[in-house]
Design a protein around this ligand. Structure first.
Ligand code: GUN
Ligand code: ZN
Length: 469
């Protein structure tokens, strides 16, 4: 066993009024600190034969199987996952569920790809039945990949927001989304027709969904070029009114040079892209910025000072030919920035956060910087939770955390199982699996303690709205 932090020794009194206990047994890997800033070995716990005890959706205890089991003599509901490693559920810190229908479209650079595929597809989400169906499929996809928390772009229409939160609620998943605010430079079919009304609708949705169960709301201006200064101003005011209640601001930043040039043209008085958002009150503690590939030093400083989160989306950046994310800039010791991983589907080409870290390694290597496996597995889990300021709630397997877990198969294929016998430790094995880029690495997914996905079960997904024809 490497690095145990759990020092319980006496039997733990079980709350007689609490719900039934259940256990999940297997190898366990979980992160407790940022390996970009601390010695890697101090940042994770690994149990070769571990046990997680769950009560009422929350982790009650975790540690070596024999030790933990002895503390719960009556615990009989234990599921044992052999040849697998239990990890915290993955965090997809930037994804567009509304782009699921156009993932993988042959394209072009970002701005023409948006016009050609993205905007026409998102226009369809004024239809609630269509939105419901895509939300259902989206949750199936992410849960299949072991993602339990997603920070999601819906689109202009309230229907698109309701559809996603409703499906998330069925699973009791922790999901963040909101209405996308966009009132210029896009087709009429997708554009907010009335700027003031767009904010009224966003606030109504916020009041409906924020902290309803595990759901959380984000104020989402798509990016600076698709909002008028008036809409950015009103979005900033809305965010400032609610940020202390944990409402997010989510947008795109510094993805590709043509986008940055456009922002400079639109806001010639403002010195850089991050300052544009700051000017309108959109840079603050709960702000999350996707991409951040081409960032000036003064912008990194603003992001650090405000304690924002940023999201690396490597498969999307490669697919769209954006810029190259620089993790050593993001995690510069004198001004580190909270960083997580995102699929950015439909720019991203799959829903797997483990495959994203495989791509992140290659993006680093293009710049002669290898991203270590410990760092990438942290980014996939706790890093994402930190990006969302949820690191005390999700992203780790530890007492008091919500019981969201993925079960990674160490024998996902005949060849992979054969290959892994030549790697000694769990970190090297997981690195090989992320590098092979397989799509079937996850065996089972627990959300708030319930096994909502199990690939060996006849009904693989529990709770999915029954909409598929
Ligand atoms: N910038 C503004 N909108 C988008 C989008 O939908 N995808 C990506 N990758 N970048 C964007
Ligand atoms: Zn995006």
């Amino acid at each position: 066993m490497e690095n145990t932090s759990n020092n319980h020794s006496a039997p733990i009194p079980v709350d007689p009024d609490g719900g039934k206990l259940s256990g999940v047994r297997g190898q366990i890997l979980t992160f407790k600190a940022d390996p970009f800033l601390h010695d890697e070995k101090e940042c994770y716990d690994y149990y070769a034969d571990g046990l997680v005890v769950v009560q009422d959706g929350v982790i009650l205890d975790v540690g070596d199987y024999a030790e933990v089991q002895a503390r719960y003599p009556g615990l009989d509901d234990v599921e044992h996952h052999e040849d697998a490693v239990i990890m915290p559920g993955f965090v997809d810190a930037h994804v567009h569920y509304v782009q699921s229908p156009m993932i993988g479209s042959f394209g072009d650079s970002l701005l023409s790809w948006l016009n050609q595929y993205t905007f026409p597809t998102e226009s369809k989400f004024c239809d609630k039945a269509f939105a419901d169906k895509v939300a259902c499929i989206f949750f199936k996809e992410i849960l299949e990949q072991g993602t339990t928390t997603a920070n999601v772009f819906s689109t202009t229409f309230a229907e698109s927001v309701d559809a996603l939160f409703e499906e998330s609620e069925r699973y009791n998943a922790r999901t963040i989304t909101g209405k996308v605010l966009q009132d210029r430079n896009l087709p009429d079919s997708l554009r907010d027709p009335d700027t003031r009304e767009s904010i009224v609708i966003a606030e109504r949705l916020l009041r409906k969904w924020h902290h309803r169960g595990r759901q959380l709301y984000a104020v989402i201006p798509r990016f600076a070029p698709t909002s008028t200064p008036e809409q950015l101003q009103l979005a900033g005011e809305l965010y400032q009114r609610y940020k202390d209640q944990g409402v997010y601001m989510h947008t795109h930043l510094d993805e590709v040079q043509s986008e940055i040039d456009w922002v400079t043209q639109l806001f010639p008085e403002i010195p850089n892209y991050t300052e544009v958002y700051r000017h309108f009150g959109l840079v603050d503690r709960m702000s999350v910025f996707a991409h951040c590939c081409i960032v000036r030093p003064e912008e990194w400083q603003i992001l650090h000072d405000a304690d924002c989160g940023i999201v690396h989306c490597p498969s999307s950046n490669l697919f769209l030919g954006d810029g190259e994310f620089k993790f050593w800039e993001a995690k510069e010791e004198s001004r580190p920035v909270r960083t997580g991983m995102g699929t950015d589907v439909g720019g991203g080409t799959n829903f797997s956060i483990l495959r994203q870290v495989g791509e992140a390694y290659k993006v680093g290597m293009l710049q002669q910087r290898g991203l270590s496996p410990v760092r990438s597995l942290y980014l996939a889990t706790r890093g994402g939770a930190e990006t969302l300021h949820l690191e005390h709630t999700i992203g780790s397997i530890a007492p008091g955390y919500e019981a969201d877990m993925a079960v990674i198969d160490l024998k996902p294929s005949y060849f992979a199982a054969w290959r892994l016998q030549f790697s000694d430790d769990i970190i090297s094995k997981l690195f090989v699996l992320t590098t092979l880029g397989l799509n079937n690495l996850n065996k089972a997914t627990y959300v708030a303690g319930r096994k909502v996905y199990d690939r060996s079960r006849e009904r693989k997904w529990l709770y999915a709205a029954d909409l598929e024809k």
